[in-house]
Design a protein around this ligand. Structure first.
Ligand SMILES: [Zn+2]
Ligand SMILES: [Zn+2]
Length: 269
């Protein structure tokens, strides 16, 4: 069964005509994990026929609005759909307080289903969850508020090589990231800027496409997906060209694209 990552949005601080805010869905053998939840996430889920009910675990990288403003709407729709099963939200500290503000103004102060917050906090690479199909790890990013990347490692299934996916946004280059995600099959990495604006990237603690490619190369990644593009650029193919000079197997994580990692079987030697 393929393991897939679907892009729901690839904008950064401002949306564009084509691009919604950052969010992705990772599907590991039928289990859906939502990675970030920018504004418009539930609309994209609907457009792509991904059931809102299938989302059980949500991983938030950090509390900047372009990664979380879709949560109140998504949770509200889940309530309208009479959800009763829990939703787990993994996020740096403050997420619960941010959402409590929203629920305080609802007629029903408690949602119809449990929302279970798991605060992500730690150093180095650390495990935050073990599910039926995957182990999930977090690691600190290099951003201007606490931010964590996530690493999903599929649990072994008979005769096949476990696959892995890493999700890194928002971050400036961090010397330890390649080691933490060594050998990852699929790496989503932000590329807010092009190298021509490397000064701005450093100032706001973001990466250029070239820097993302260097991280993928150092990590020995299988494939690199770029996203979180600044709205200052009218054309995104420039990101692809810049990254491919360093890391040829790069793609743009534009809305609706589905990237899959096929199963590979262990060959007897
Ligand atoms: Zn962002
Ligand atoms: Zn940010």
């Amino acid at each position: 069964m393929p393991l897939t990552l679907t892009s729901l949005g690839c904008a950064s601080a401002l949306p564009t005509r084509e691009n919604y805010f950052t969010a992705h869905v990772l599907n590991v053998r039928g289990r859906s994990f939502l990675l970030d939840c920018g504004e418009g996430t539930q609309l994209r889920l609907r457009q792509l026929d991904i059931s809102l009910g299938s989302i059980e675990h949500i991983f938030i990288t950090h509390l900047h609005g372009d990664h979380v403003f879709g949560l109140p709407g998504l949770l509200s729709s889940m309530q309208l759909l009479d959800r009763t099963t829990p939703v787990y939200i993994y996020a740096p500290g403050g997420m619960e307080k941010m959402l409590a503000f929203y629920f305080d103004f609802q007629s029903e102060r408690e949602p119809s289903f449990p929302i279970i917050f798991r605060e992500v906090h730690g150093e180095g690479l650390f495990q935050i969850m073990e599910g039926e199909t995957a182990r999930i790890y977090a690691f600190p990013l290099n951003h201007n508020i606490p931010a964590y990347g996530y690493l999903f490692r599929e649990k072994s299934i008979r005769k096949s090589v476990p696959r892995s996916v890493a999700y890194c946004t928002d971050t400036a280059p961090h010397p330890d990231i390649p080691g933490w995600i060594k050998g990852v099959d699929l790496l989503f990495h932000e590329a807010t800027f092009l190298e021509q604006d490397a000064v701005a990237a450093a100032k706001y603690l973001h990466s250029t496409a070239r820097q993302a490619a260097q991280t993928a190369l150092s990590a020995g990644a299988g494939q690199l997906l770029l996203g979180h593009f600044s709205s200052r650029y009218k054309e995104t193919p420039a990101f692809l060209a810049e990254a491919r000079e360093i890391f040829p197997n790069t793609e743009l994580s534009t809305e609706g694209r589905i990237f899959s990692i096929p199963r590979r079987f262990i060959t007897a030697t």
